[in-house]
Design a protein around this ligand. Structure first.
Ligand SMILES: *[C@@H]1O[C@H](CO)[C@@H](O)[C@H](O)[C@H]1NC(C)=O
Ligand SMILES: *[C@@H]1O[C@H](CO)[C@@H](O)[C@H](O)[C@H]1NC(C)=O
Ligand SMILES: *[C@@H]1O[C@H](CO)[C@@H](O)[C@H](O)[C@H]1NC(C)=O
Ligand SMILES: *[C@@H]1O[C@H](CO)[C@@H](O)[C@H](O)[C@H]1NC(C)=O
Ligand SMILES: *[C@@H]1O[C@H](CO)[C@@H](O)[C@H](O)[C@H]1NC(C)=O
Ligand SMILES: *[C@@H]1O[C@H](CO)[C@@H](O)[C@H](O)[C@H]1NC(C)=O
Length: 477
């Protein structure tokens, strides 16, 4: 009715009316929430929970008489449920908000919190700070009280949060995000985490966790991020990791993991980040990597992986931006197909035992900003252009390759730490003859480095002769 009536009015009036109605409705809603019926019992619970963190001096009922309405508490969110009451749905504690409440030096995890029956999000950061003066532990029991509500649990930067991850945490069947980042947690990864079939994010990094990664974590088929880096995890990687179909990021760096990279990891078609650096993995690269075609970041540095770069179809990796295989005991040559990874920005092959020469074609990678091949056994002449050396500067690292040299031209930008290729010149009896010796290489190497074509080799020798003759001519006269 009202709408019909309005539609007969001129449009300016329509706009004005809409505006008035809008303001009015906002005002009404504001009034609604200020009434915010909240059960007194729940008010007492949230007050005592916060007192548990900040200390008993905090007078919630005085400062925040209506925590879900007119006097909201920083970091506490509420929602109205079907029962007509407002309930606390989120508690975010820590220096994320402007007027955040500081945890007291003797803060403990308040048991009262389990009585917030509608809590969906619990986040505590920088709360428990001292493992010696005030170690706090996660409660062992009562987690099942959250089993139908809690979706996100974050405990971050709490060095004073020690002890194990309680097994009972496995009853949080609705959990979508579990972040236990940079705390003092010890003990093993609870297998019960494998029950969180809705989990999308599992971050356990930066604790002191030990033992193996439970095989049943393979059940987390909706997991997007798995980060257990910077712990002391050991044993082999379970092949069930290959069942984490949805996974985008897998970071297990800085642990004591050993054995081979399971072949099944190759199934993770959507994986964009794989970082298992600083572990004790062995067994070569080829089998696993060839199917991980979505990868943008592949970091396997500081593992005694061994093997070579030859068995991999590098041309399949058209998304890769950063490839770090430094200090992985690689042998053999650097295949020219590595120059087909068009998005590559960072390539680190340093501190291996790579041999052979370095293909000039790497220069053609349009995005390349850093190329590290230092500390290998590479040999031969670097044939990159001056522009390349200029663009890269120190980000082209090729030092510590005893048999690598570059062609010196006066006033050229020089690759750092590489010696120029030696060109010995002897003059005999008025007729200039040139005797070349390129460091330790013989002519057969030069031919090889020019693609095995003796025609080019001949051209090259001819050019060198001409250049050196002109040079001598200038010197003599
Ligand atoms: C909190 O404030 C109320 C009202 O001012 C007062 O009655 C109560 O004693 C105070 N409680 C504490 C613990 O200070
Ligand atoms: C890591 O665990 C191993 C046993 O698996 C132990 O010997 C070592 O001391 C631990 N390292 C740290 C830093 O906790
Ligand atoms: C992989 O990513 C694609 C595109 O983003 C998506 O359609 C597909 O469902 C993902 N696969 C899995 C197993 O999550
Ligand atoms: C190279 O990796 C090994 C582990 O394979 C590690 O022990 C060593 O410290 C690393 N070397 C450097 C220079 O980082
Ligand atoms: C490096 O590889 C060569 C063979 O190419 C081998 O003779 C040498 O022992 C290797 N060095 C190391 C440190 O593994
Ligand atoms: C020629 O090169 C070799 C090896 O680099 C060097 O030992 C020798 O002294 C050089 N000879 C002359 C005449 O420069």
């Amino acid at each position: 009715m009202l709408r019909m009536a309005i539609s007969f009015l001129p449009w300016k009036w329509q706009c004005f009316l809409c505006f008035v109605l809008l303001i009015f409705s906002c005002y009404c809603e504001g009034q609604d929430s200020s009434l915010s019926p909240m059960k007194n019992k729940e008010k007492e619970i949230i007050y005592s929970v916060i007192q548990g963190f900040v200390g008993n001096w905090w007078n919630g009922s005085y400062l925040y008489p209506d925590p879900c309405g007119m006097t909201p508490i920083e970091g506490v969110s509420c929602e109205q449920y079907d029962d007509g009451f407002w309930h606390v749905t989120a508690v975010n504690f820590g220096p994320v908000f402007d007027n955040f409440l500081m945890c007291n030096h003797d803060a403990q995890f308040p048991q009262q919190i389990f009585n917030l029956k509608h809590l969906r999000v619990l986040s505590l950061s920088s709360c428990f700070l001292s493992p010696t003066q005030n170690p706090a532990k996660l409660p062992i029991s009562n987690w099942e009280k959250f089993s139908h509500s809690l979706e996100s649990l974050t405990l971050r930067s709490n060095p004073g949060l020690v002890g194990t991850i309680p097994f009972g945490i496995g009853s949080l069947s609705k959990l979508q995000s579990l972040v236990l980042l940079e705390n003092g947690l010890t003990g093993e990864l609870p297998p019960s985490i494998g029950n969180f079939i809705k989990l999308r994010q599992l971050v356990l990094a930066g604790n002191c966790l030990v033992g193996e990664i439970p095989a049943n974590y393979g059940r987390l088929s909706e997991l997007l991020i798995f980060d257990a880096s910077r712990n002391n995890l050991s044993g082999v990687l379970p092949s069930t990791l290959g069942l984490l179909d949805s996974l985008l990021k897998l970071d297990l760096s800085n642990n004591m993991l050993e054995g081979e990279l399971p072949r099944e990891i190759g199934r993770l078609k959507n994986l964009t980040l794989l970082d298992i650096s600083h572990n004790k993995l062995r067994g070569g690269l080829a089998k696993t990597l060839k199917e991980l075609v979505s990868l943008k970041h592949l970091v396997l540095s500081n593992n005694p992986i061994g093997g070579d770069l030859l068995g991999i179809r590098w041309q399949n990796f058209q998304s890769i931006e950063a490839l770090d295989l430094s200090n992985t005991s690689l042998e053999g040559s650097v295949p020219e197909t590595m120059a087909t990874m068009k998005r590559l920005r960072f390539l680190d092959l340093s501190n291996n035992n790579l041999s052979g020469s370095l293909s000039r074609s790497l220069e053609k990678l349009p995005c390349l900003r850093a190329l590290h091949v230092n500390g290998n056994n590479l040999r031969g002449r670097l044939e990159f252009s001056e522009t390349f050396y200029m663009k890269m500067g120190m980000r082209f690292a090729a030092w510590n390759n005893a048999n690598l040299c570059y062609i010196a031209k006066p006033r050229n930008q020089m690759p750092y730490g590489i010696k120029p290729c030696v060109q010995n010149i002897t003059i005999s009896e008025g007729v200039s003859t040139v005797k070349r010796s390129e460091g330790n290489y013989d002519d057969s190497f030069i031919v090889a480095s020019l693609g095995g074509s003796s025609f080019y080799a001949l051209c090259w020798v001819f050019t060198v002769n001409v250049v050196i003759n002109v040079f001598l001519w200038n010197m003599l006269f």
